[in-house]
Design a protein around this ligand. Structure first.
Ligand SMILES: [Zn+2]
Length: 449
């Protein structure tokens, strides 16, 4: 009755065994798994068959890149690649220079197949390994590959894939930054018309990551990674609650200037020049506000994270009014309420009056002066009543949750310490993933040549 199974059965005894395992399977699960095993074996056979066939075709030898003499065939040599369907083996012709130039073995079929000289795993397998290692440690990624597709590779192998793909992502970014530096604007990412009409929200924050010390010996070195988020602020259709759309992340291990160029590049891509409204949300970090002033003040409404402002109010109240006394708590509650409801000027007047009062201890004076300057500097960024009326968020929670996802979740596991290069490679792959640019790093489609 079944032609397919019968014809496969006839090919060789090993396939016959596999077919029997399928036919003898009692449960559906065993049936499916047995069929899957056969499918993988058949897939490897078909690929090998095609490769062997192609290897038999006449080879066009190129000239030696050193002496220009036409290369000679040295016969067929084995090649093996580990792939998502298993290990594929075939033989193809390799050529050498007849003058013996040190150019190694040249295999035209490898080139045509897009294989590199020392490549041992295929690109679709590397992609899968990288995808896993974006979310889980390298060891776990290797274990998962074995569980999911029965391919055995080491954690080190997965680590190498990450280095390669991460470097590619970094090179792309550096090319784009170089173009931007010459005045060439990046293409805007294509947006749904409805999403393009939403306000563009931006914010930035710093988060510490554990690094190995230089030279490898000694304690952990904590270094700051700067993370920025860009998103369109939408509303959920059922609850009208805020919802971020088209979320994009930018991050850099480095100084604020390094973040600035990257953030500006992404802001241009996300339509900072055409968005109906642009909003910058950040806590008190001076560097981030100077970045805002330098790049975005012209386009964006700046909002100081409300909770950060409130923390500073409390610090001032404690220093001024006897620690956690009832008086301090009362003033704080009142000032907080005023700040939230557009009466920041009254809070500032309170503080100014307190600063003039006699007998104010030196430490309290200093704390209140800091608070005054902080609120005064951010005068335009603390108009919370107005921001709420405009439907804008007043807390920088979206930045914090981005930091948690991007950094905390993968880079701060138990006992983890990073090298700068290793960190950067994985960071850029995580960015590529979250920004929808991961697939670009792996050539999975046929190129036109
Ligand atoms: Zn030569």
């Amino acid at each position: 009755m079944s032609c397919l199974r019968d014809s496969i059965r006839q090919i060789d005894p090993f396939l016959q065994e596999l077919i029997e395992a399928i036919e003898n399977a009692s449960t559906l699960t065993v049936l499916i798994l047995s069929a899957w095993r056969l499918a993988r074996v058949l897939a490897v056979r078909i690929v090998e068959e095609v490769l062997i066939e192609r290897a038999q075709r006449p080879t066009q030898w190129s000239d030696c890149p050193k002496c220009g003499k036409r290369l000679h065939s040295k016969g067929f040599v084995r090649r093996q690649i580990t792939s998502v369907i298993g290990i594929i083996r075939w033989k193809r012709r390799v050529g050498r220079c007849p003058h013996g130039c040190a150019i190694g073995q040249i295999a035209p079929l490898d080139n045509a197949l897009g294989l590199l000289p020392y490549q041992r795993t295929s690109v679709e397998l590397q992609r899968l390994g990288c995808l896993l290692a974006i979310f889980v440690p390298f060891e776990t990624a290797a274990v998962l590959l074995n569980c999911l597709i029965s391919v055995k590779v080491s954690a080190t192998c997965v680590w190498h894939w990450i280095q390669k793909a991460g470097q590619k992502a970094m090179n792309r970014l550096n090319d784009q930054l170089a173009e931007l530096a010459t005045g060439q604007l990046p293409l805007m990412e294509s947006l749904d018309e409805a999403i393009g009409m939403l306000p563009l929200l931006m914010g930035a924050d710093g988060v510490k990551v554990p690094f190995r010390p230089e030279g490898g010996k000694g304690g952990t070195v904590w270094r700051e990674v700067k993370v920025a988020v860009l998103a369109r602020l939408g509303r959920r259709s059922n609850s009208n609650a805020p919802q971020l759309r088209q979320r994009r992340l930018v991050a850099v291990l480095g100084k604020i200037d390094a973040l600035r160029s990257r953030l500006w590049l992404e802001a241009l891509r996300q339509g900072v020049l055409t968005a109906p409204q642009v909003v910058w949300l950040s806590d008190g970090g001076v560097g981030f506000w100077s970045l805002y002033t330098a790049c975005f003040a012209f386009y964006a409404i700046g909002i100081l994270d409300f909770y950060h402002a409130v923390q500073n109010l409390w610090k001032g109240a404690k220093a001024w009014l006897d620690g956690r006394s009832r008086k301090a708590r009362q003033w704080f509650a009142c000032a907080r309420h005023r700040l939230r409801h557009g009466e920041a000027n009254i809070v500032l007047n309170d503080i100014a009056a307190a600063l003039k009062s006699d007998g104010l201890p030196e430490t309290a004076h200093k704390a209140l002066k800091n608070l005054y300057e902080y609120l005064d500097t951010h005068e335009y960024h603390i108009q919370y009543q107005k921001f709420r009326e405009l439907g804008l968020p007043i807390g920088s929670g979206m930045v914090e949750s981005a930091c948690k996802w991007l950094i905390q979740q993968r880079f701060k596991g138990v006992g983890m310490r990073w090298s700068e290069t290793g960190f950067n490679h994985l960071l850029h792959l995580r960015l590529a993933w979250v920004n929808g640019r991961f697939e670009e790093l792996f050539a999975l489609e046929d190129s036109p040549n």
